[in-house]
Design a binder for this molecule. Structure first.
Ligand code: FAD
Length: 334
């Protein structure tokens, strides 16, 4: 089912969530991930995203396989990420058709990152963490690209599939390394929506004020589709710092003050990080029209599930349906 329909069919006041997973490199990793998606899907995410490795490397087949299994065997609605960097239209079309034939009705249309010179990594706009374990594959030859920007891909998908699919695009509340002008980025976001996108998923962020400022500018620019914040749970001190650095986002001082003293205690940092993420989400609900959170799971279950629990978003009935291993002790509500 289309994400646009799922979002609009919710009851007024409902808050929903989705999970994002990236493609593991090994066969065993894929098996393990499928088990994890299966278990976490029982909690009731509105949809499940599978990332795409820019340039259409061998992991494209894994993306398509994960879409097929999640959609048809697990029974969760899927959203496939699709980049157009270093892809011919024929290759893009083959991937889109395969996902469509699997029943996937949602595409997050992206440009993907241009070729990266890793010896001089100052300009790397590493994505939402999705390619964390795959970044070396990003050194691709960009000559085969037939679409220049994500908006061209959006137009193409709309022309090919009409209204039978929902199309999402990426938004950057704290900017993008290659484009220092945030207002221009919002103009380009508007072009993607005008080309046919019906929702926006954002890059990760931790600064509520920066997000709200961006949100207000986006709405003032006449972008009226649902804005879905990308939420990165905190699973450890080093990964918290590393992901923020990659995405070049601000780390609010009160987050650093609260988390740094716990740097050597993973359980404590996860618990404190959960509190902070939950406060961030609650603040967004209070200050904006946000009512859906997209969790970058990093293929892990503990931290995202703790966040959902802290936000009271876990359906009690799901706890009885074989999800017990997911429910951490703090989640045993009275
Ligand atoms: P675009 O919207 O095309 O923008 C790219 C650049 O072009 C921007 O600087 C923009 O300002 C500029 N631009 C756009 N239109 C114009 C115009 N008309 N004139 C001049 N300049 C213009 N990457 C992956 O490889 N795989 C993934 O699965 C993946 N998932 C992601 C999910 C999310 C939610 C996000 C936020 C990012 C994801 N990425 C992924 C990363 C993404 O591919 C990169 O951030 C990429 O560098 C930009 O992609 P885009 O779709 O935002 O590009």
């Amino acid at each position: 089912m289309k994400i646009s329909d799922k979002l609009s069919q919710r009851k007024k006041g409902d808050v929903s969530y989705s999970f994002e997973y990236f493609c593991p490199k090994t066969e065993q990793g894929v098996f393990n991930l499928i088990d994890r998606i299966d278990l976490m899907s029982k909690l009731g995410p509105l949809f499940v995203d599978i990332t795409w490795n820019a340039g259409g490397s061998s992991s494209s087949d894994t993306t398509l396989e994960l879409i097929q299994v999640t959609q048809n065997e697990i029974g969760a609605d899927t959203c496939m990420h699709m980049t157009c960097t270093n892809m011919t239209i024929k290759e893009v079309d083959a991937a889109l058709q395969s996902a469509y034939d699997s029943g996937c009705r949602n595409i997050l249309a992206l440009r993907g990152d241009p070729p990266i010179d890793r010896s001089n990594d100052h300009n790397s706009s590493t994505p939402n963490g999705s390619n964390e374990s795959e970044s070396s594959d990003a050194t691709t030859d960009n000559n085969r690209s037939e679409f220049k920007y994500a908006k061209d891909l959006v137009k193409h998908i709309r022309a090919k599939f009409g209204d039978s699919v929902s199309i999402g695009v990426a938004g950057y509340p704290e900017g993008l390394a290659e484009q220092p002008d945030n207002d221009l980025l919002i103009t380009h976001l508007k072009e993607k929506v005008d080309a046919g996108a019906d929702f926006v998923v954002t890059q990760m962020f931790y600064d509520a004020d920066a997000f709200v400022e961006w949100f207000e500018k986006v709405r003032a620019a006449g972008i009226n589709v649902p804005l879905i914040p990308g939420i990165m749970p905190v699973s450890g001190w080093a990964s918290f710092l590393r992901r923020a650095r990659w995405c070049q986002i601000k780390l609010p001082q009160h987050w650093l003050d609260a988390l740094e003293p716990l740097a050597h205690d993973d359980a404590a940092i996860r618990a404190k990080g959960t509190e902070l993420v939950a406060e961030l989400c609650q603040e967004l609900v209070r200050r904006t029209d946000i009512d859906h959170f997209h969790f970058y799971t990093m293929n892990l279950e503990k931290s995202p599930v703790m966040c959902l629990d802290a936000l009271n978003l876990i359906d009690e009935s799901a706890v009885d349906e074989g999800t017990a291993p997911l429910i951490v002790p703090t989640a045993q509500r009275s």
